[in-house]
Design a protein around this ligand. Sequence first.
Ligand SMILES: Nc1ncnc2c1ncn2[C@@H]1O[C@H](COP(=O)(O)OP(=O)(O)OP(=O)(O)O)[C@@H](O)[C@H]1O
Ligand SMILES: [Mg+2]
Length: 394
Amino acid sequence: MADMIPAQAPRGGAVATKGLDDEARQLALLIGGVTDYAIYMLDPNGYIRSWNPGGERIKGYSEREIVGQHFSRFYTREDVERGEPARGLATARAQGKFEAEGWRVRKDGSRFRASVVIDPIWQEGELIGFAKVTRDVTERYEAQQRLIDAQKALVQSQKLEAIGKLTLGLAHDFNNLLTVIVNSLDLITLKNSDDPRVQEWTEAAQRAADRGTLLTRQLLAFARGQNLAPEVHDINDLLARSAEMYRRACGSAIQFRLELADALPPVDVDMAQFEAGILNLVANSRDAMPTGGTIVVRSSTVETAPPSAPETTPRLYVAVDVIDDGHGMSMEVADRATEPFFTTKDVGRGSGLGLSQVFGFAAQSGGFATLDSEPGRGTTVRVCLPVIGGRPNG
Ligand SMILES: Nc1ncnc2c1ncn2[C@@H]1O[C@H](COP(=O)(O)OP(=O)(O)OP(=O)(O)O)[C@@H](O)[C@H]1O
Ligand SMILES: [Mg+2]
């Protein structure tokens, strides 16, 4: 193992004692002047024998405190439990060197990223200890991590952009196909058939087509980043117009009720997005009530400040509540429910875009949406759209 013995002692064993003294002193001076590296010696069992100012600067211990202590105190508890300190020494001894990067602990308990080299020191074939050099590479490590994060975010945004373009094209084509399907189904229902099953089949096909329409609208909204085409509307009119579609989406096991306010002030809103949004919410409520229940869609005027800026002066909104008495959401689900592509539903049953469309649409319309849900106690989603000129002062 001769080739693995590092040059530890001053070179040339035959030099005069004075020369050796000089060289040793110089070396000690050199090490004593290094502050960027912790350079110290361990005995064969890992107890610290010497210390330098770099050690004090990086790890926080003075020479008096640390000499005689075991070097494992620089390791994290998990690393000590895994036997890392002993492994480092054993590797250095067996392979002539141990090099690694990992987390270490300062005297004050804080952690730093350390680059570590351990060399065994042999004298006449006998291991007399180890030389250990530690460098604090926290800044470099953190810069690397930030770079990796930035690269990931870039890839993600490029991916999203590509998906967006593809989605836009597909959704447009699909929308055209669905228009033909929906129109044809409407015509079929007008032609009375003697066979009651035909009625059933047509209704099932209509429901599927409605779901398809909803999906393509979600996809369009997602791909375009929701470019809205707002116009002045009475929300009650919009709700009444789509009531049949909402009722159909509920299916027969669920009671659907529309509770419209007596009169509503006008709002500026993209009609297609609004209808898709409410249909999304109704579909969510239906999915939360597999054994039946009640869905209420209610409109009202409210004076409030948005939850994102509660200290601002309240203003007027038209609120649409979609209320169900279904299974509700756990806190974890509620926390993530409005994220795009978050879904708890099986593949093909949910794309996870519904609530993100609703919340995005509400915000882009100058309003906001809120979610109120508890496991076993149902869910209410409220969409608030700003009343035109509904500011208290104008
Ligand atoms: N009314 C509700 N009751 C209980 N859980 C709900 C309700 N609405 C939404 N959720 C939960 O939030 C998740 C996200 O809803 P979201 O509408 O965004 O997507 P989705 O319904 O899963 O799919 P998509 O609407 O795109 O078809 C749902 O998967 C469900 O777990
Ligand atoms: Mg949904």
